[in-house]
Design a protein around this ligand. Structure first.
Ligand SMILES: [Zn+2]
Length: 472
C-alpha cells in the first residue's frame, strides 16, 4: 500500500541521479520474447502423447498425479540435456517422487508427516519431490490451469538442481535458494516455449503471462517475508524477475544468483518502515502527492509537466482511455476518479469487481504522465515502442519512491511504496486491462513478459534506458 511520509525536509531536498548501469538484456524488441516469436497459441498438456512412466509412491492413479508425473518427466529430460554443459557433470534424476493426500492420515517424508500439508516440496535428505494431489494441485489447476502445476514441479525440481549443482550453500538465505529455483523454472519454460517439451506446450503471450502470474502462489516453505528470514521467497516482482532471467539467459545466470546479486536486485529487503503503511484513498490530497512525485521524478527531463484534471475532456481524434487519458495537443492528463477508485480496491477472489490496489491505480495516472514526457522528447506515442517506454518510465517513477532505491539513488518526494505496491503493479501489468504498458490509444504491448521487463528496467536503472533501449 502506498503512503505519504510527513517529513517535509524530503520535499525537493533530494538530488536525482540516474544510474547508467548497463543492462544484461541487450536490445529490446516488441516483436519477440527473449528471442522467441510472440505466440498466442495453445498452452497446456499436448494431446495424444503417451504418459511418462516414472514411478510415483502413493499415487492414486488420478488426473493430478498424471499431470505431475508428466511434468517431472519433462523437467528431468530438460535437465539431463542442459546440466552437463551448465555444470560440468551428468544430471542424476531425483531418487523418489511421492504423491499424498493432505486430507488423509499422512505419510512420513524427511522426518515429517504430510497430514494437513497442502504443499509441494523438495527434500534433499531423501532426495524426494512430493506433492499434495488432493488440495494444492487441484486448486492450482482450477485457478490457473494445468501449467501452474507444471510450474510448481519445475520450481521444486529447481531445488533438486541447486542441490546437485552446488549453486547454493547451506548458509545462503532462503531468498537466494528461491530466486535460483524460480530462475531454473524460467529456464525450463523457455525449453517448453521452444516446443521441446514432450508433454506440454506454452505460448509466449498469454501462456507465459499465466505462468508468471502463478509464481507468487508457489510457497514451498511458507513463513516470514524479511530478506534474512528463514523462509523469504521474495516479492512477486522479484520472483517474476528471476523467472525472466532464467528464461532469457539460461541456467548459468541462475547459478550466478548469490547473496550480493539478490540483495542488489530485490525489493524484498527494502523494509517497510513502521508507521508508513496507511492506505491512501483516491482523493484530491493523494492525487496532488502523486502529481508532485511525478514532477520531481521527471523534472530533469526538461519536459513541461502536463496539467492533471479530474474531469474527462475531449481531445480531437485521440481516443479517451480509462481510467486516465493523455491529450498531446493540450498536454493534459484527464482522470476518471471513480474508475481509479475501483482499481484501487484491494484484490478479491471476485474477478469481475476486483481491483489491483492503490498503487496500481496511481501507476495508471503515471503512465499517462509518462506519455507527456515522451511527447516533449518528440517520441512516437501510438505504437508498441511507446507502450514499452511507458512501462519503463512508470517503473523508473516507482523505483524512486521506495525508501532505499536501487543503485544509490535518492528517494523523491513524499510518496513511498512498499514491495507489495510493486507487486500490485506487476499483477496489473500481467492483466489485460491496464494502461501501464499501453500507448496513447490504450493498446497494451501484447506480451506480459515484455511489459514486466520494461517496467523492471526503469525500476532498477532509472529513466535513461527507457529512451535509449526502447527506441529513442
Ligand atoms: Zn522453493
Amino acid at each position: 500500500m502506498l503512503s505519504a511520509i510527513a517529513c517535509a525536509a524530503l520535499v525537493g531536498g533530494c538530488s536525482q541521479a540516474i544510474s547508467g548501469t548497463p543492462t544484461t538484456f541487450g536490445s529490446y524488441s516488441t516483436t519477440d520474447v527473449a528471442g522467441l516469436p510472440v505466440t498466442d497459441g495453445p498452452s497446456g498438456p499436448r494431446a495424444g502423447v503417451p504418459d511418462a512412466e516414472l514411478p510415483v509412491e502413493g499415487s492414486d492413479g488420478g488426473e493430478m498425479d498424471r499431470l505431475a508425473r508428466n511434468a517431472v518427466a519433462d523437467v528431468s529430460a530438460y535437465w539431463a540435456e542442459v546440466f552437463p554443459d551448465a555444470f560440468g557433470t551428468e544430471f542424476q534424476p531425483v531418487k523418489r517422487l511421492a504423491s499424498y493426500d493432505s486430507g488423509g492420515a499422512g505419510i512420513r517424508l524427511c522426518g515429517e508427516s504430510t497430514a494437513g500439508l497442502a504443499n509441494a516440496f523438495y527434500c534433499p535428505s531423501e532426495d524426494v519431490i512430493a506433492w499434495d494431489r488432493a488440495e494444492l494441485l487441484p486448486m492450482l489447476d482450477n485457478s490457473f490451469g494445468p501449467m501452474a502445476v507444471v510450474a510448481v514441479l519445475a520450481h521444486e525440481m529447481g531445488h533438486a538442481v541447486q542441490h546437485r549443482a552446488g549453486t547454493a550453500t547451506g548458509n545462503d538465505p532462503v531468498i537466494v535458494l528461491e530466486q535460483q529455483a524460480d530462475c531454473f523454472t524460467g529456464a525450463f519454460f523457455r525449453h517448453v516455449a521452444e516446443g521441446s517439451s514432450e508433454h506440454f506446450e506454452v505460448s509466449t503471450g498469454p501462456g507465459l503471462n499465466q505462468v508468471m502470474g502463478v509464481l507468487n502462489y508457489i510457497r514451498d516453505a511458507p513463513g516470514d517475508s524479511g530478506f534474512t528470514g528463514a523462509n523469504a521467497h521474495g516479492s512477486a516482482f522479484d520472483r517474476v524477475t528471476a523467472f525472466q532471467y532464467g528464461f532469457s539467459e539460461g541456467p548459468k545466470r541462475c547459478a550466478a544468483m548469490d547473496v550480493a546479486d539478490v540483495k542488489q536486485r530485490t525489493t524484498q529487503f527494502q523494509f517497510w518502515k513502521d508507521g508508513q503503511d496507511s492506505d491512501l484513498p483516491v482523493d484530491a490530497a493523494t492525487l496532488a502527492a502523486v502529481e508532485e512525485s511525478l514532477r520531481a521524478v521527471f523534472r530533469d527531463t526538461g519536459a513541461e509537466p502536463p496539467e492533471i484534471v479530474t474531469e474527462r475532456t475531449s481531445c480531437g481524434g485521440v481516443p479517451t482511455t480509462s481510467p486516465a487519458s493523455y491529450c498531446p495537443d493540450t498536454n493534459t492528463v484527464s482522470l476518471d476518479v471513480a474508475e481509479l477508485q475501483r482499481i484501487a480496491q484491494p484484490p478479491t477472489t471476485n474477478a469481475e469487481s476486483s481491483g489491483y490496489g492503490d498503487f496500481a491505480a496511481y501507476a495508471q495516472v503515471a503512465s499517462r504522465y509518462a506519455l507527456s514526457v515522451q511527447h516533449a522528447a518528440g517520441l512516437s506515442l501510438d505504437d508498441e515502442q511507446a507502450g514499452l517506454r511507458t512501462a519503463c518510465l512508470v517503473g523508473s517513477w516507482s523505483g524512486l519512491l521506495i525508501e532505499d532505491p536501487i543503485g544509490q539513488r535518492n528517494p523523491v518526494g513524499t510518496l513511498r511504496v512498499a514491495p507489495g505496491d510493486v507487486d500490485e503493479g506487476v499483477a496489473a501489468l500481467l492483466g489485460e486491462d491496464s494502461l501501464i504498458a499501453a500507448d496513447l490509444s490504450g493498446d497494451q504491448v501484447p506480451t506480459g513478459f515484455a511489459r514486466v521487463e520494461a517496467f523492471r528496467i526503469g525500476f532498477q536503472e532509472g529513466i535513461s534506458p527507457c529512451t535509449t533501449k526502447y527506441g529513442g
